[in-house]
Design a protein around this ligand. Structure first.
Ligand code: ZN
Length: 495
């Protein structure tokens, strides 16, 4: 959760924004007549296109706004323009030069890259930390550009229109309830449906061609694929899914890429730009950013917004950009914390109790750990049945926090007490050690003597507790712990 409090979004959790995007997409699609069978300049293949490129661009633009608002961009202008310049040069050199090519670095530790229809492409700061030269970045951007120019999303969305119609209908009927009783993760799944094996292969082929046309040796794409394989084997984190789940079918991809490279024939390539690339990512945030909230001993701390709250014991806590969501083990109860768009407790309470589907007698004014608050119970009618819960509004540092805990009415007795305790645990954060927490950052160092990576690692952390294992350091350097590193080579450490 961070400080973004745009009135439209502050009440919505991550998935809801996407679902709204999907309602727009579905509505757009409903009025679409088949545009006919046209040959795509990128693939040379004829494919029935249900939507025009103009419509794809419209969808991409719409969803781009949602992505920026819900996931957040990495706050580093130099890095943003570096990635953007490289990507735009590749996109405008493709068969679709006139698309509004847009490249952004998303503030997420997950190792991923993805494309929206119409030319909107994203890489996470997590994937940037795992590249070791510019050619590898170009390879992944080329692959994503391939999804756009081959118009894979259009096919995906047409298919989604059929399978998700039921969901779409529910969204149209209950838009207001989404803010009260969202179900974690559904919106993400809608937008990040995975591509088919032939789509992936086609994007690899196009990516190889696009990077080679810019002078990058496409062998780098094979190195990236190997790293992505290792990352998914090691397991990751982050708000976003990892590469493997948005780009499935890893079988034979390295082999296929080698074949596509062979088809290009011999070419001269420029240097891979290793040292320049490493200096550009030197100092970027690595792993989860605790300043946006972290959990310790069952307590969720938000150092920037300076509050803490205890979720019920053994619940899963999802820290999203605009909400913190606790989920019971059985996923049948939830406590959600977000910022209200209103500026007073009364107005915030009126907004919720004013909804048609919500009944209850409003909030009673009280104090929660010294902070002005209003707390009340409610029942809500949803497509899935009746929900019962408790809601609290807390005024703290000129913001109104909205805390909602609920479950299906049939289970409410079992959860009432622990949910109520959780809402009442919200308090100001004064613990200096939690407020001053700093994220880990990449540190690119120049090795001054030939040694194994393990030896370099041990002398770097000399005596102190390393924040990261030597295996993970090896992974981000695309090496093994026992790899020999020659003097004067640059390697990544994490501080
Ligand atoms: Zn892909």
């Amino acid at each position: 959760m961070n400080l973004q409090t745009k009135p439209m979004q502050s009440k919505l959790r991550l998935g809801a924004g996407f679902r709204i995007a999907m309602v727009i997409l579905l509505a757009t699609l409903a009025g679409v007549i088949a545009v006919g069978c046209a040959s795509n300049p990128a693939t040379g293949r004829r494919r029935l296109n249900l939507i025009s490129m103009e419509q794809e661009i419209g969808m991409g633009r719409e969803a781009d706004g949602q992505i920026q608002a819900t996931m957040g961009l990495y706050d580093n202008e130099a890095l943003q323009s570096y990635v953007s310049d490289l990507g735009v040069a590749m996109g405008t050199n493709s068969e679709w030069p006139d698309l509004p090519w847009t490249f952004r670095v998303v503030d997420d530790e997950a190792v991923n890259a993805f494309a929206l229809p119409g030319g909107y492409i994203y890489v996470t700061r997590g994937i940037l930390a795992h590249f070791n030269n510019e050619a590898q970045l170009a390879g992944v951007l080329g692959h994503e550009i391939g999804h756009v120019t081959a118009r894979h999303a259009a096919t995906r969305i047409s298919r989604m229109q059929i399978t998700q119609l039921g969901v779409g209908l529910a969204m149209v009927l209950e838009p207001e309830l989404q803010q009260i009783a969202p179900l974690a993760g559904i919106g993400m799944q809608l937008l990040f449906l995975s591509y088919s094996r032939s789509d992936e292969n086609e994007s690899d082929e196009l990516g190889v061609r696009y990077m080679a046309d810019q002078g990058y040796n496409p062998d780098s794409l094979i190195d990236v694929m190997e790293t992505l394989r290792r990352v998914s084997a090691a397991g990751g984190g982050g708000r976003l899914p990892e590469w493997q789940s948005t780009h499935p079918h890893p079988e034979n991809r390295q082999e296929n890429i080698r074949k596509h490279i062979g088809d290009l024939g011999p070419r001269d390539y420029r240097s891979d730009g290793r040292n320049d690339y490493l200096s550009r990512i030197d100092g970027i945030v690595y792993g989860a950013d605790p300043r946006e909230g972290f959990s310790r001993d069952g307590v969720f701390y938000h150092p920037t917004l300076r509050f803490h709250i205890r979720f019920p014991f053994d619940w899963t806590v999802l820290n999203q950009k605009q909400a913190v969501i606790g989920l019971s083990q059985q996923r049948d109860a939830s406590v959600q914390l977000s910022l209200s768009a209103e500026s007073t407790i009364d107005a915030a309470a009126q907004r919720v109790y004013g909804l048609d589907q919500i009944s209850g007698s409003g909030v009673t004014r009280t104090r929660i750990n010294g902070l002005p608050a209003g707390i009340g119970s409610f029942t809500a009618q949803t497509e899935q049945g009746e929900l019962e819960g408790v809601i609290a509004f807390i005024e703290y540092e000129a913001r109104i926090y909205q805390l909602i805990g609920y479950s299906g009415s049939e289970n409410w007795n079992q959860y009432r007490r622990m949910v109520d305790d959780s809402l009442r645990s919200f308090a100001a954060l004064t613990d200096r050690s939690a407020i001053d927490v700093e994220p880990m950052r990449l540190d690119v160092i120049r090795v001054d003597r030939t040694a194994s990576l393990r030896e370099i690692y041990e002398s770097y952390y000399d005596g102190s507790t390393p924040p990261i294992s030597v295996e993970r350091i090896a992974l981000i350097n695309q090496l093994e712990p026992e790899s020999r590193i020659l003097s004067d080579t640059r390697v990544k450490m994490v501080r």
